[in-house]
Design a protein around this ligand. Structure first.
Ligand code: SF4
Length: 225
């Protein structure tokens, strides 16, 4: 039976409320650790997000710290050689392409935005290598602008929960913007990333230990623990 928009919305809000408590003692995400260590620097949040794409936080966070020990601004980043950046960020996935992106993003920020990371979605998306997920993470975490950062975890879990029925993370982002009141946008992304790293893992999620199991129809889950 098709559920009404408001009943799905109420279930989503209940899930958020339950995950607040359930995630409290779980490891923090790389972006939270970066903010705790370096403050709310839009540039460092942006670069660490680029490093985290298709890479586990346990690999991308130490790589970000190694890189930021050498350069914390677009100006100082551009003084590093491409090979030096590659060496510092290895073994993040696609480290060669990411090193190139880091240099071109830094150049772009200096040339077009006076050395400051822009705080509008369109401007962020115009930077080389910046997609919707990265733009939304920077808006949410660096500028406190309501935005839903949808990575593969958020996309997959939102579908398992039956809150959306979508094929791609970008479709999920726009479906969630329709579903959730703005005040939940930033928090929803944060909570689901932690849930996806610890309980609702991509292959064989830990449904028997899941605090929101009673609210989850487990759509598309064929194997679980
Ligand atoms: S019940 Fe299973 S599929 Fe649903 S959110 Fe929990 S871990 Fe994920």
């Amino acid at each position: 039976m098709k559920q009404s928009h408001s009943s799905v919305q109420q279930r989503a809000i209940k899930i958020i409320q339950m995950l607040r408590g359930a995630t409290k003692r779980m490891p923090k995400t790389a972006s939270t650790l970066i903010i705790e260590r370096y403050g709310k620097s839009p540039y460092l949040i942006l670069i660490s997000c680029l490093l985290s794409l298709r890479t586990k936080d346990t690999t991308s966070y130490p790589a970000s710290c190694r890189l930021f020990a050498k350069a914390k601004t677009p100006q100082s980043m551009l003084k590093l050689r491409l090979s030096a950046i590659e060496k510092l960020i290895y073994p993040v996935g696609f480290y060669r392409n990411k090193a190139k992106s880091i240099l071109s993003v830094s150049e772009d920020i200096l040339d077009r935005f006076d050395g400051k990371v822009p705080n509008s979605k369109d401007d962020l998306l115009s930077l080389h290598g910046v997609g919707l997920k990265t733009a939304n993470l920077v808006l949410a975490e660096a500028f406190d602008v309501p935005a839903i950062c949808v990575d593969t975890h958020v996309h997959k879990i939102s579908n398992r929960l039956g809150l959306v029925k979508t094929e791609t993370p970008d479709e999920t982002e726009s479906a969630l913007r329709e579903l959730l009141p703005k005040k939940y946008w930033i928090e929803y992304g944060r909570l689901l990333v932690i849930w996806g790293q610890n309980i609702c893992v991509p292959i064989s999620p830990f449904c028997s230990e899941c605090a929101i199991a009673d609210l989850c129809p487990r759509i598309g889950v064929t194997r679980s623990r």
